[in-house]
Design a protein around this ligand. Structure first.
Ligand code: GRG
Length: 292
């Protein structure tokens, strides 16, 4: 666990430094827009997705410098999705990453535009990274674009399901899209940059798919078991929005057992790889036991 803590801290530092280079300064005009972007990006998120990209890339021996722009681009897409998710037209939340949401601190139009720009900056970051070959850059852009589109599909399906009884298969589809797709893109991008083989990419895809499901199951659990203060975002929202969640369908105890089962499956996928996968295994354990 100490190794993982060290790994996460280091990832946050190098990814934040890269984000700082990629995102125009708060003095850039129109300053309100760039202040808003920086307000949300540098608010202290876990940086889980970029860390996953770096962990997979490291496991396959990629040059770390080649991973940074893509890892940061993934965090930009993630932050855009959080800004838009918090808008009054969607989840209508006023707290994110322990501070006021973007539209509350600034205004709705600025928050929409901040999300929009984060998307374009993300793709630009990869497109302009001269350390990566043209062929791989195109693959990475396609990967990230595909996952971002799935995330939007998942968000629509999630909103459609509010106040309704959602069958478990539909719930899984929502989560594979809304949460799983970007997590999968993070892991797969690390493997693509490292030029992993098809077989290795398949094992990473399967691991990431289970990890994404585990992330969502624990997210649902945290929403009902943790406080707003611990989460840095409003707790208990799923129930109030009448959202279908794993605890609402199975109850807390059964959901915990399901999380343990999915964790075993996720790490099992790594057995296919003849690579150093310790950190990837620890990441799955961290997601199983996370408190925020
Ligand atoms: C608006 C296109 C669009 C999509 C929104 C991200 C999202 C899709 C919805 C957020 C709602 C939610 C709670 C989803 C569950 C998983 C998730 C994305 C949690 C937040 O991610 P963390 O825990 O957050 O990695 P930090 O702040 O640590 O980065």
């Amino acid at each position: 666990m100490k190794d993982l803590e060290f790994f996460f801290n280091r990832c946050s530092q190098i990814v934040d430094a890269e984000l700082d280079k990629l995102i125009p300064s708060a003095a850039t005009q129109p300053a309100r827009l760039y202040e808003a972007i920086r307000w949300s990006v540098f608010a202290g998120g876990k940086r889980f997705r970029p860390a996953l990209c770096l962990a997979v890339g490291n496991a396959f021996g990629a040059d770390e410098k080649k991973l940074l722009s893509t890892a940061s681009a993934i965090e930009m897409i993630h932050t855009y999705s959080l800004i838009h998710d918090d808008l009054p037209a969607m989840d209508n939340d006023d707290l994110r990453r322990g501070r006021a949401t973007c539209h509350v601190k600034f205004d709705e139009a600025t928050a929409i535009l901040a999300g929009d720009i984060l998307q374009t900056l993300a793709f630009q970051a990869i497109a302009k990274d001269a350390l990566i070959s043209d062929k791989i850059r195109v693959k990475l852009i396609a990967e990230l674009a595909g996952s971002a589109a799935k995330m939007v599909d998942g968000q629509r399906l999630d909103l459609d399901g509010e106040g309704k009884t959602v069958p478990i298969e539909d719930l899984e589809k929502i989560h594979q899209n809304k949460t799983g797709a970007l997590i999968s893109a993070a892991a797969r991008s690390g493997a693509l940059i490292a030029e992993a083989s098809e077989k290795e990419l398949e094992a990473i895809t399967n691991y990431a798919s289970k990890l994404g499901l585990l992330f969502q199951i624990t997210d649902d659990l945290l929403d009902v078991t943790q406080t707003t203060e611990t989460l840095g975002k409003t707790a208990g929202k799923d129930e109030r929005a009448e959202k279908a969640t794993y605890p609402s369908i199975y109850g807390i105890e059964e959901t915990r057992k399901l999380a343990e089962k999915v964790h075993v499956e996720a790490v099992g996928e790594l057995d296919e790889l003849e690579k150093p996968t310790d950190i990837l295994r620890e990441i799955a354990g961290f997601i199983l036991n996370r408190k925020a």
